[in-house]
Design a protein around this ligand. Structure first.
Ligand SMILES: Cc1cc2nc3c(=O)[nH]c(=O)nc-3n(C[C@H](O)[C@H](O)[C@H](O)COP(=O)(O)OP(=O)(O)OC[C@H]3O[C@@H](n4cnc5c(N)ncnc54)[C@H](O)[C@@H]3O)c2cc1C
Length: 149
């Protein structure tokens, strides 16, 4: 079955989560499609155990959750980073569909919105949001120019 939704965000990294935060505040219907099973995939699975931010804690400024700990000049270690993003998702009730790898994004033939295909679902969305790194997904975007030419 094809699900219709106003906005789909590709990837639940910080770019996607920050976008979702604002959409939640403004009560816009949306879903984040995230290929991993948990939040903070890049930090959890693509960094090493001893990893710390190279940027100081004071610069952590996710919307609604600016760093307010007692070590602003410190560098947050990986496990804390992962926890920070887990709590972010929970606190703001961000709608994430986990285990949802986006395979294809295609402009609808009538030029109105997009068809988004994951491994096991299909969506029609009016808007698409793409985080910095999830832009890799954009490599799969096929723009159907037939309707606009
Ligand atoms: C080694 C390293 C160290 C870094 N250190 C810092 C630092 O100290 N401070 C700092 O501010 N920045 C740092 N960065 C940069 C930071 O990681 C990125 O700027 C940030 O992660 C970008 O966020 P994003 O949401 O665009 O992408 P990501 O955080 O990469 O999130 C992308 C998400 O999309 C998901 N995804 C990807 N493809 C698909 C798909 N097809 N379908 C569904 N989901 C998909 C991924 O699972 C992931 O969760 C570092 C980067 C690296 C590589």
């Amino acid at each position: 079955m094809v699900e219709k939704i106003e906005t789909i965000i590709l990837g639940g990294g910080q770019g996607g989560l920050a976008t979702s935060y604002f959409l939640v505040q403004q009560k816009h219907e949306h879903i984040i499609l995230e290929q991993a099973a948990q939040p903070a995939n890049a930090w959890r699975n693509e960094r090493w155990d001893s990893f710390t931010f190279v940027t100081p804690n004071w610069s952590i400024k996710m919307p609604g959750a600016e760093y307010n700990g007692n070590d602003p000049d410190g560098f947050m270690p990986r496990d804390e980073i992962v926890k920070y993003f887990e709590q972010y998702v929970e606190r703001f009730r961000l709608p994430i569909g986990y285990n949802s790898r986006v395979n294809r994004v295609e402009q609808n033939t009538d030029g109105d919105g997009y068809c988004v295909t994951t491994s096991d679902a299909e969506f029609i969305a009016r808007n698409i949001g793409v985080g910095e790194n999830a832009a890799r997904v954009a490599a799969h975007i096929v723009e159907n120019r037939g309707a606009s030419q």
